[in-house]
Ligand binder design. Structure first.
Ligand code: ACM
Length: 262
């Protein structure tokens, strides 16, 4: 199975431009699953709740339906971050679309910085989606969720083979953490980060690229630059994540002692 991470720079506040850019990438990229950054349709540093609501999409919106149709026509799975409008609130969400038309929304659990003034706290929790064609379990988390090892651990304990993490990362310390999450859980890990700078008044967010895909042993498969739009592609073998033993006596899940962990 081939997975692709798209490192790109959305135009802030311009959903139709960003969507067209995503569509053009999905059409061009030769991969089975294509992963875009957090808030790919809207951009990140939106100043007010009213503005983020005006950029938010719901499941019935023409934009999302277009991506669902494209997934079906191209036979490619798609993951992308977007501001989601729903009856339950206004979420920083990530959607996984499979070519058979099924689609799944993860709502960001840990809100970063001023996101708390714009978004409702995620209510989906962490879950995996099984894609039969490739015999793969895919779990989603979003950006700042990385600071909590419980995010990846929960997905892995629920059976993830691959964790995808649409991101808008503004530091580079996460490069210490992501390969550790891959290694300690024996899962593939794909981070789609963005590049560029967004400014509100005198405050700026600089997004630091370096999107990457790690193998289940923590080794890096591919990594992007800090400031150029790029597509990373890796071949993965999901079934290889499932035997959690690393010698005849040790198994990283069976050896856990949860009774001592709190
Ligand atoms: C982040 O959660 N966008 C850093």
């Amino acid at each position: 199975m081939k997975i692709a991470v798209v490192q790109f720079e959305p135009k802030i506040g311009n959903t139709s431009f960003n969507l067209q850019k995503m569509i053009s990438q999905i059409t061009k990229i030769d991969a089975d699953l294509i992963i875009f950054p957090e808030l790919a349709t809207s951009g990140y540093f939106i100043p007010t709740k009213d503005e983020i609501i005006s950029l938010s999409l719901n499941i019935e919106s023409a934009e999302i339906q277009e991506l669902i149709n494209l997934s079906n026509q191209s036979k490619k799975g798609i993951v992308f971050g977007f501001p989601e409008k729903s009856e339950k609130g206004n979420f920083n969400s990530s959607m996984l679309i499979l070519p058979n038309g099924s689609h799944f929304i993860y709502r960001k659990t840990h809100l970063f910085f001023k996101e708390r003034f714009l978004f409702t706290e995620g209510d989906t929790g962490f879950f995996n989606v099984y894609w039969k064609q490739f015999d793969i379990n895919i779990g989603m988390m979003i950006c700042y969720d990385w600071r909590f090892p419980e995010s990846a651990r929960t997905l892995a304990l629920k059976g993830a083979d691959l964790i995808v993490c649409p991101s808008n990362l503004v530091t580079d310390v996460w490069h210490i953490s992501m390969p550790s999450r891959a290694l300690e859980n024996k899962v593939y890990f794909a981070v789609a980060n963005r590049i560029g700078i967004e400014t509100i008044n005198d405050e700026s967010c600089k997004f630091l690229g370096e999107s990457a895909i790690w193998s289940y042993n923590g080794s890096i498969l591919t990594k992007a630059s800090k400031s150029i739009e790029e597509v990373l592609i890796s071949e993965i073998e999901p079934q290889k994540t499932r035997d959690k033993s690393f010698n005849p006596f040790n198994d990283i899940f069976k050896d856990r002692k949860p009774e001592f962990y709190f």
